[in-house]
Design a protein around this ligand. Structure first.
Ligand code: GLN
Length: 542
């Protein structure tokens, strides 16, 4: 196709309807027919990016190869499409205004009054067309965060209205995601909230082409007819989206409802190929028919909010499917773990992952957890702060460096085994200033990590300020904590593993960010396998 087609996904009635999953599922279905697709998300908040947001506010911050700190929906896009995203795939109101105001200060609008329409809307459109005009994609799917009618999303909605005139009706399509609630007292599905939210879109000058209706129950023909009539869409464009057992079912459910066919018909694209979802279905088959089960403890700080560790949970889903093993994740608040209770809290798990995190809170509990896992030989996987805790624990309890710590926790630690890099010491701004994005790493030949990856040269994504302090490297290695992954350019330690332990690996990087349905991450795959082995051994001892 010569130019990209632009599909917009808006939401109405309530938030949390799963626009990200619907967008990713549509993307998957188009990709399965041989089209090239990218998905972009606009977020209506003023932060330049979610990097400075507390996970309680916005869930996990997802990091791309180019080091963008982005919304967790980009994680879904990558996991579904198996193609990388970048900064261009996530734009906030804050970034749009920042760009416009920076241009204004440079004098680029000299003499003009800078206004929401056209300057802010032009900047929004520039960000949409930048992807479409790259020549890399047949479809650009743009998800508009928030709900129609929110003050904050108005400029985005206005930009969408304008795009139709810029690219023409055959290259433009709007999908509106809404909720059809079921009133149990009346025993009825209700269409009124959807009618109202479509009316709101119409007021903004946008007629949705397709309605995707989230519902707990099937939409009978009368309800579909009513929605079509009142919302001014074809009855075939009323798509039912039932609650699914897993997000990975949604592409299949959308296939049944012919979402991609409707999109292709509306955009007048010949519907040649049937989608090839073979690999996806193999994955689903394994996911849903496990032959084994393990219990994994996840030691973290934000355990009340599983979205804070979204990519880790999804990486376990992918890895579980490979092993045909159900992974039951139990959340453990690191603040509750002490030297006295670590065995009783953690001893029952087949493997424990110590999660990433920032700040002091709960770190001592994480260190206690690592001590118990190291001594009891339960599989341990430490990610970022989790890896740093493993280094601190080893220094304190094996090297007997009593007040070993990270300077993030204790600036005056006598043994700063985890410390700020020189470049980081000068940094005062908080936003976008960490070590972010993809960095190369060389794995030591013959190490466990090397055998897990099956290669020595890897690239993984980072998001942290503190690093392993190489002054302690020799001492650590002599005592058995081996640095088996090194950044070839800087010499920074990226992976540690413990000798004489069935599975004890810590990574300074975030492997979970690169696990997808079609490419499950090898570290997660092998960690689940190690947990299965641990369980077997434990059972045979009983
Ligand atoms: N707080 C640690 C650092 O900044 C670890 C960060 C993380 O776990 N993502 O280095």
């Amino acid at each position: 196709m010569a130019t990209a087609k632009y599909i917009f996904v808006t939401g109405g009635v309530t938030s949390s309807l799963g626009k990200g999953i619907i967008s990713a599922s549509l993307g998957k279905l188009l990709q399965a027919r041989g089209f090239k697709v990218t998905i972009q998300k606009f977020d209506p908040y003023i932060n330049i990016d979610p990097g400075t947001l507390n996970p309680y506010e916005h869930g996990e911050c997802y990091v791309t190869d180019d080091g963008a700190e982005t919304d967790l929906d980009l994680g879904h896009y990558e996991r579904f499409l198996n193609t990388p995203t970048s900064q261009a795939n996530n734009v906030t109101t804050g970034r749009i205004y920042n760009n416009v105001i920076t241009k204004e200060r440079k004098g680029e609008y000299l003499g003009k009054t800078v206004q929401v329409v056209p300057h802010i809307t032009d900047e929004i459109k520039r960000n949409i067309f930048q992807l479409g005009e790259s020549g890399e994609y047949d479809f650009v799917i743009t998800e508009i965060g928030g709900c129609v009618g929110d003050i904050e999303s108005l400029p985005f909605i206005e930009a969408v209205r304008q795009v139709k005139w810029d690219v023409g009706v055959n290259n433009f399509l709007v999908i509106h995601l809404t909720l059809i609630p079921y009133l149990s007292a009346a025993k009825e599905l209700k269409t009124k909230p959807t009618q109202h939210s479509v009316k709101q879109l119409l007021e903004a000058g946008i007629q949705p082409d397709i309605l995707v209706c989230r519902s707990e129950r099937h939409l009978p023909p009368e309800i579909r007819k009513k929605l079509a009539l009142f919302c001014n869409v074809h009855i075939n464009s009323v798509i039912e989206a039932l609650d699914a057992d897993t997000i990975y079912d949604v592409p299949i459910l959308m296939r049944k409802e012919k979402l991609a066919e409707r999109v292709l018909a509306k955009l007048k694209i010949p519907n040649k190929n049937e989608p090839n979802l073979d690999q996806w279905k193999v994955f689903l088959g394994k996911l849903k028919n496990p032959t084994d089960e393990v219990s994994i403890g996840l030691v973290g700080k934000y355990v009340e909010l599983p979205d804070a560790y979204k990519s880790i949970v999804e990486a376990f889903t992918h890895a579980g499917a490979v092993n045909e093993c159900k992974v039951n994740i139990e959340w453990i608040s690191s603040e509750t773990i002490t030297n006295e209770n670590s065995a009783s809290v953690l001893g029952k798990y087949d493997g424990v992952l110590v999660a990433p995190g920032f700040g002091e809170r709960g770190v001592e509990g994480k260190i206690e957890a690592v001590k118990f896992l190291r001594e009891s030989k339960i599989p341990f996987f430490g990610i970022c702060l989790g890896m740093q805790c493993a280094v601190i624990e080893f220094a304190r309890n094996v090297l007997k460096l009593k007040d070993a710590s990270s300077t993030e926790l204790n600036e005056k630690a006598k043994h700063p085994v985890i410390d700020l890099m020189e470049e980081q010491k000068k940094v005062t701004n908080k936003g976008g200033t960490m070590r972010l994005g993809a960095y190369p790493c060389d794995l030591k030949k013959g190490s466990k990590t090397n055998s897990i990856y099956g290669k020595t040269k890897i690239s993984e994504r980072h998001r942290h300020r503190y690093e392993f302090n190489n002054k302690y490297l020799e001492q650590m290695e002599k005592a058995g904590l081996m640095a088996t992954g090194i950044n070839p350019d800087t010499g920074l330690v990226e992976v540690v593993e413990l000798k004489d332990h069935p599975w004890f690996i810590g990574t300074q990087y975030h492997p979970e960010l690169k696990s997808t349905v079609l490419n499950p991450h090898p570290l997660f795959v092998k960690f689940v396998e190690a947990a299965q082995n641990h369980k077997k051994e434990n059972n045979s001892k009983r």
